[in-house]
Write a protein that binds this ligand. Sequence first.
Ligand code: URA
Length: 186
Amino acid sequence: MNKANELKRLHKKWLANCTCELREIATQGVPGDGNANAQIVFIGEAPGAREDREGRPFIGSAGKFLDEMLESIKMRREDVYITNIVKYRPPNNRDPLQSEIAACAKWLEEEIKLIDPALIVFLGRHSMNHFFPHEKISEVHGTLLSTKYFAKPRRFLPLYHPAAALYNGSLREVLKTDFKKIPRLL
Ligand code: URA
């Protein structure tokens, strides 16, 4: 089976079996989306209202900004893979709880193992702190981190979340500058 089909199977399995309590209130689960052979995996926080309605990650205003930044490094969504640490929308877009992150963690782990990217890009502190609990996004944004993840050394680039940058002009410029480092890290 090719990777794209394996990924479809993986999402089908988790959509049926994920134990995240948000399942009770979300419209649907929002699996990762994009190229199963991508060199880069982006990890956001959790779906928002539009993602919850349509079942795809980063399709609202933060997603539009992400598309613009991809374009700035001559990439398209079809070239990368985009997912979230939590696959169900938290009520009123509140921060995900540890229990919700833990319930979705195995799903994320299987996505990463299957895609096996050269670089993992965190969109915001929530996804970064799942892998690096002691780092602060204000201190490490735009710098390469590495650690073993399930026995395999991996490289990570923490970035500010595009939604935060949309509401803060100075963060927006920092995020755009950090984003442009991606091609050099591949
Ligand atoms: N913000 C996220 O972190 N993820 C999405 O899918 C949409 C907005």
